[in-house]
Ligand binder design. Structure first.
Ligand SMILES: O=C(O)CCC(=O)C(=O)O
Ligand SMILES: [Fe+2]
Length: 233
């Protein structure tokens, strides 16, 4: 199972010990070089975080196939911060079958795009949001002060890059906003967003804080894959 860290408020920051710093620097360098050479990568206009978009990363048939897999697995989402679970992330989610050859093909495509080791990637997680459902502002990296951290440290360490694909266009709502950067992304069928959760010097980047705004009309489907600093699981 994979979980996203919950941070529902853009509030005071507790200083947490840094983890996997050298490895996060290396992951940053690796992906940065790879994307710089990729003409399909569009860098979002900010210097405070490395966020890239790719249009038509998945074709419509692939989106439909993935939507069916999300529907087959979706259950209420969980975050580590259990008491706030229902307030923070109200979508349905679940790992799509990692043994499915189609899922493996999409995973390889993402691994390849980023140039990261496939073994560092968590299983792809699917999410489905109905009207009113959202994922409030949070960062994807783990807090090293949290109760869950020792376990995550053993199973792959800190999260470096996030890759997230939109499987459909939403009738209304469901926008992803990087809340500290004033950047909003409207779900576009087949588009992929990738970002570095760390700064170039290997610290968690608070400016990657983001929220999935509530869906107003229609349904929203996304898949997310997080990359650790070493073998996951
Ligand atoms: O659905 C979105 O737009 C964002 C999802 C997200 O932040 C996550 O899965 O960590
Ligand atoms: Fe997230």
């Amino acid at each position: 199972m994979s979980y996203a860290e919950s941070r529902s408020e853009d509030g005071p920051q507790k200083p947490a010990p840094l983890a996997d710093r050298a490895a996060l620097v290396r992951c940053g360098e690796r992906v940065r070089a790879r994307l710089a050479a990729d003409p399909a990568a569009y860098r979002l206009p900010t210097d405070r975080a490395e966020i890239f978009a790719f249009g038509e990363f998945l074709d419509p048939a692939e989106c439909d196939r993935m939507i069916a897999l999300v529907d087959a697995t979706a259950r209420p989402s969980m975050v580590y911060d259990l008491p706030r679970q229902s307030e923070t992330r109200t979508s349905y989610s679940g790992d799509v079958d990692p043994a499915d050859p189609f899922v493996r093909m999409i995973e390889r495509r993402i691994d390849d795009l980023l140039g990261l080791e496939s073994s560092w990637g968590e299983a792809i997680q699917g999410q489905r949001y109905h009207p009113g459902q959202e994922f409030k502002a949070h960062c994807d990296w783990f807090s090293t002060l949290a109760e869950y951290w020792p376990q995550e440290a053993r199973r792959g360490g800190q999260r470096g890059w996030t890759a997230m694909a939109y499987l459909n266009a939403v009738e209304e709502g469901g926008v992803t906003e990087f809340t500290r950067l004033g950047l909003s992304i409207t779900p576009q069928r087949g588009a992929l967003l990738v970002w570095n959760n760390a700064t170039p010097d290997g610290a968690p980047n608070w400016d990657t804080m983001h929220a999935a705004h509530p869906v107003v009309r229609g349904v929203k489907y996304v898949i997310t894959k997080w990359y650790r600093t070493r073998r996951w699981g």
